[in-house]
Design a protein around this ligand. Structure first.
Ligand code: HEC
Length: 192
């Protein structure tokens, strides 16, 4: 395990190193290429999948969802975007309006980084939709006191810090409780 000082530096960079911004880079892809068939606002929820509301995104982005935070390889949504045009399961279907390689890479990186829809100063309503209840042993969102979000699994309390395992790379580190938002501090203190 790392010393608390190193760990504090790691969390500081982990929390601020969100390279892909959902609102600026991922949402536009969904809007242009998926909403025609996967948006509550368009009245089209094909395959019971919608990508336009925080509630629907919460159903998609979870450890057993079509987007698995930190695990692009196992995320079926990304896989279907990468299938060849003539594959029946490819998304968008029938070779129309397929994702560009740059869009695939953005999606892949965003999922690897934890698939946060709150990064980059997105609407607070989105943050509220992220369940704060401890999901025993699962990946949860943790917010720093300056509003940055990471996806990590609670591993235990260590003195005045919380031991977290980062979803994106499996790295374990201690975050001083004082670095977390009040909500995340409560989440840490009540987690098991
Ligand atoms: C022209 C309409 C259309 C567009 C555009 C489209 N899809 Fe789909 N999608 C469908 C249909 C229809 C299904 C249901 C297929 C089935 O159930 O056999 C589906 C199913 C899916 C599923 C599987 C849901 C499940 O059951 O797990 C995923 C994931 C998916 N789409 C992702 C996307 C993504 C991501 C985009 C945009 C990049 C997209 N789709 C664009 C029509 C579309």
């Amino acid at each position: 395990m790392k010393s608390p000082l190193t760990a504090a530096l790691v969390i500081a960079s982990a929390i601020s190193a969100s390279a892909v911004d959902f609102t600026k880079e991922i949402k536009p892809i969904f809007t242009q290429k998926c909403y025609a068939c996967h948006a509550v606002s368009k009245g089209k929820v094909k395959g019971d999948l919608a990508l336009d509301t925080p509630e629907k995104l919460a159903e998609v982005i979870k450890p057993d969802g079509q987007i698995i935070p930190g695990d692009p390889e196992k995320s079926s949504l990304l896989r279907s975007c990468k299938l060849p045009d003539d594959d029946d399961d490819s998304m968008p279907p029938k070779g129309k309006n397929r994702l560009t390689p740059a869009e695939i890479t953005a999606l892949e990186t965003w999922i690897k980084e934890g698939a946060s829809i709150t990064g980059g100063g997105a609407a607070p309503a989105v943050a509220a939709a992220t369940p704060a209840a401890p999901a025993a042993g699962g990946v949860q969102s943790w917010t720093s006191n300056d509003g940055k979000v990471i996806q990590a699994t609670f591993m235990g309390l260590q003195g005045e810090g919380v031991l977290l395992k980062l979803a994106s790379n499996g790295e374990t580190f201690i975050v001083p409780l004082t670095r977390l938002s009040a909500e995340s501090q409560t989440q840490a203190k009540t987690a098991k």
